[in-house]
Design a protein around this ligand. Structure first.
Ligand code: C5P
Length: 408
């Protein structure tokens, strides 16, 4: 299944704006994700940046208006339009937005847009006054009505030095929007609702102190992104983490295991699948002191009690309702990996368990990579080599697609 961007043909329209310098970064990021990126620059864009910049970062020829009248003839725009999976115009100026809203095609980019049947996404970039002008607003509305995706703009510092709405989204955010659009076109989880938990929970001791763990949330967030790539509607329930929300995910932030339990039980009633990647506390302080504990009062003796077991509650809910149809859990272990994971699979009535050895520095909590073993109820044990958490997420989503197919 792979990364949704790999081998996708993306036309990147670049129009006149100071945000052109960010378009080069976007082209580079897309290329690094495996997409084949062809840039088309308008005349105004060329005042800010050259075709050579895009050719250098994409390894593909970049096009300009002269190409329309070049030796490849007047069908240049048709060739570009019909070969594309997606057109992204970033930055999209007020002028280009107005032109494509009204079918004006006086340059290679606008002609290509009119000839294209693939999805189009625009990332507006302009001064606040121009963006909020009723003319631009009406043009953006026309495009939205016609199914063009509009990403941003953001509010922030403008080139003029003033603060307002009109900044182009950051390339990483535009990338997220492009993934979401592609997933909606042909994703294998289209129409499926998925709940993913991520990160570590945080159990209060007193007004300022908590018991938590080293989970970064990276694996859960990568799973959410891989599911969005396949068109799923994702609810991401996460413990405290600064990771950015994958574009398209509904993020619910929780602290404690109890809060996560409540959020999970609410979300799964309408879900097809649950992936419990969160590192949930097994123990929590029996009582929480409302003020800050002070040294002067001596060393506190913490009494711990069991935190709720979310997957057990899910198993109970599932036995009555049949939902979610598929449940995948994780087992972070420091010894006897497969056997302990197998016991958890049975005890928590899972369809698949992902076991990882947390003693390896390049695997498990906090790392960017993971080394996992997948175990299913039929006794199949599949061990994978060291991979990025994104790659692990893609493998898991592939498994999820087949589990959902089997269960339907
Ligand atoms: O922490 P442990 O390895 O036991 O977690 C196994 C699985 O159980 C994970 O998927 C985790 O999200 C889930 N879990 C849970 N409730 C807990 C502890 C863990 O649902 N209190």
């Amino acid at each position: 299944m792979g990364n949704i961007l790999s081998e996708r043909r993306i036309l990147l329209g670049v129009t006149g704006s100071i945000a052109c310098y960010k378009a080069a970064d976007l082209a580079s990021k897309l290329t690094q994700q495996g997409a084949s990126v062809t840039a088309i620059l308008t005349a105004a864009a060329r005042q800010f940046i050259t075709p050579l910049t895009f050719q250098s970062v994409t390894g593909q020829r970049a096009y300009v208006d002269e190409d329309l009248w070049g030796h490849e003839g007047h069908i240049q725009h048709l060739g570009l339009a019909h070969g594309a999976d997606l057109i992204a115009i970033a930055p999209a100026s007020a002028n280009t937005i107005a032109k494509i809203a009204h079918g004006i095609c006086d340059n290679l980019l606008t002609l290509t847009c009119l000839a294209a049947t693939c999805p189009i996404l625009i990332a507006p970039a302009m001064d606040s006054g121009m963006y909020t002008h009723p003319t631009t607003q009406a043009n953006v509305e026309i495009l939205k009505q016609r199914g063009v995706y509009v990403a941003g703009p953001a509010t922030g510092r403008m080139a003029s030095g003033l603060t307002g709405i009109g900044r182009m989204l950051e390339p990483s955010e535009i990338l997220g929007h492009l993934r979401w659009v592609l997933g909606r076109q042909e994703g294998r989880l289209k129409g499926k609702r998925l709940v993913v938990t991520a990160g570590g929970t945080s159990e209060p001791i007193d007004a300022v102190r908590v018991i938590t763990n080293r989970s970064s949330g990276k694996q859960g967030f990568a799973i959410a992104q891989a599911a969005i790539d396949q068109g799923a509607e994702v609810t991401l329930i996460t413990g405290p983490t600064a990771l950015p929300t994958p574009v398209g995910a509904r993020r619910i932030e929780v602290n404690t295991a109890q809060e996560m339990l409540t959020a999970v039980l609410e979300a799964i009633s309408a879900a097809d699948a649950l992936v419990m990647a969160a590192a949930v506390a097994d123990f929590r302080p029996e009582t929480v002191v409302t003020e800050k504990l002070s040294k002067e009062e001596g060393i506190p003796q913490l009494r711990l009690t069991l935190a709720p077991d979310i997957l057990s509650a899910v198993a109970h809910f599932r036995s009555r309702s049949g939902y979610p149809r598929v449940v995948i859990g994780f087992a972070a272990e420091s010894g006897d990996l497969v056997e302990r994971a197998r016991q958890k699979l049975v005890r928590k009535r899972l369809d698949l368990i992902v076991a990882n050895d947390i003693t390896a520095p390049d695997s498990g909590l906090g790392a960017d990579t993971n080394r996992v073993t997948l175990i299913d109820p039929a006794g199949n044990v599949q061990s994978y080599p060291l991979m990025t958490k994104d790659e692990v997420a893609q493998i898991l989503i592939e498994k999820l697609v087949s589990l959902l197919e089997i269960s339907s």
